[in-house]
Design a protein around this ligand. Structure first.
Ligand code: PMV
Length: 339
């Protein structure tokens, strides 16, 4: 009878070229590329033991959370074919985020990548298939698409693209990244902490009926290629302007969907306009992006950190800001197996 405990810390990521639109099983309609973050982390502890049936409990920040537990349970049951040993496992998961629960930061990437890393270790323990990050990325994708980009750092690509060996099945680190991007900063300006009116799974679904979908997927292929070129050349302006166009395109797709919806808030637009004005006036290379929500990520090189922090303080003293930076991916902090 094997039992034990595994702990992983896994980060969130921010997409530069966005994944928006998917087929079954989180197969993306276009390639995406992201920076892995460093401070926005999920820490997940799993206690396991062999059992005659599958048993599962999830604690989020110390408390049972039925809604989240149900989602993760569904995910685990969906993995029955990939991970048949789960049928004979009692698993208790205790998971928490480094960022405030109410900060409105998407935690599915950091959460599902941490779960997949644990499953990947369990796979090695119970089947002797060697654990590896690519397999963990594959398993993460099945839980939440963008989670498969959290397994590596500093820059990760996912989806069939111009890159050799690219695949829709898992993410891979981008090899050719200029030094300036390896310690890029990300200040996450929290505009709204409430639940989103339209979830990202619903947003992906709406792309199936979207009149501009095929053009978007072509454009994303082109943007992905351009992003890789800027990343390799250290072209901050090129990448910055591209990521802004991508963010506005993402929200433009929401606005022009057959069932239109708006996730930006008036203050999101205020921040966007202020950033553009600050950049043009002071020649400071700081650029914005957004995920499927109202919060703004400001991305900038390390050497203008002070100026950007001052800009945020002067202009948005009341808004909550999470200061993050590009990171190198997940870390296992404990593994104990008893026979
Ligand atoms: O992984 P999901 O289903 O939460 O979708 C994420 C979608 C975006 O955050 C808007 C874009 C991306 O590539 O991360």
């Amino acid at each position: 009878m094997k039992s034990g405990k595994i702990v992983w810390q896994s980060p969130s990521n921010i997409a530069l070229v966005k994944y928006w639109g998917k087929r079954d099983n989180q197969i993306p309609c276009n390639p995406s590329v992201s920076f892995t973050l460093k401070n926005a982390l999920t820490t997940t502890e799993a206690v396991f033991e062999e059992s005659s049936s599958f048993q599962f409990e999830l604690f989020f920040e110390g408390h049972r959370n039925p809604k989240f537990e149900e989602r993760v349970k569904k995910y685990l049951i969906s993995l029955e074919n990939d991970l048949p040993f789960l049928k004979n496992l009692k698993l208790t998961i205790d998971t928490k985020n480094s960022f405030p629960h109410s900060a409105g930061i998407a935690s599915s990437a950091s959460s599902f990548s941490s779960f997949a890393l644990i499953l990947n270790d369990l796979e090695e323990i119970f089947t002797y298939n060697k654990a590896d990050l690519t397999r963990a990325s594959y398993l993460s994708r099945l839980g939440s698409g963008s989670a498969c980009r959290s397994l590596f750092g500093p820059v990760v690509s996912w989806g069939e693209s111009s890159l050799e060996d690219s695949t829709d099945l898992f993410g891979s680190p981008v090899k050719n990244v200029s030094e300036v991007f390896k310690n890029f900063r990300d200040a996450i300006i929290v505009i709204d902490q409430g639940a989103k009116s339209v979830s990202s799974s619903m947003g992906h679904k709406l792309m199936n009926e979207h009149p501009f979908a095929s053009h978007r997927y072509e454009q994303a292929q082109m943007h992905h290629k351009m992003a890789l070129d800027y990343l390799s050349k250290g072209d901050v302006k090129g990448l910055g302007e591209l990521m802004e166009r991508e963010a506005l395109m993402l929200h433009g797709l929401m606005l022009s969907s057959p069932s239109p919806f708006i996730l930006m808030k008036p203050q999101s637009i205020e921040v966007i306009n202020a950033v553009k004005e600050f950049r043009e006036k002071n020649k400071i290379p700081v650029y914005f992006t957004l995920d499927a929500g109202p919060n703004i990520h400001l991305l900038y090189p390390q050497d203008v950190e002070k100026e950007v922090q001052q800009f945020i303080k002067n202009n948005f003293p009341k808004l909550h800001v999470l200061f993050d930076e590009v990171g190198m991916g997940p870390k296992r902090t404990l593994i104990e197996v008893m026979e």
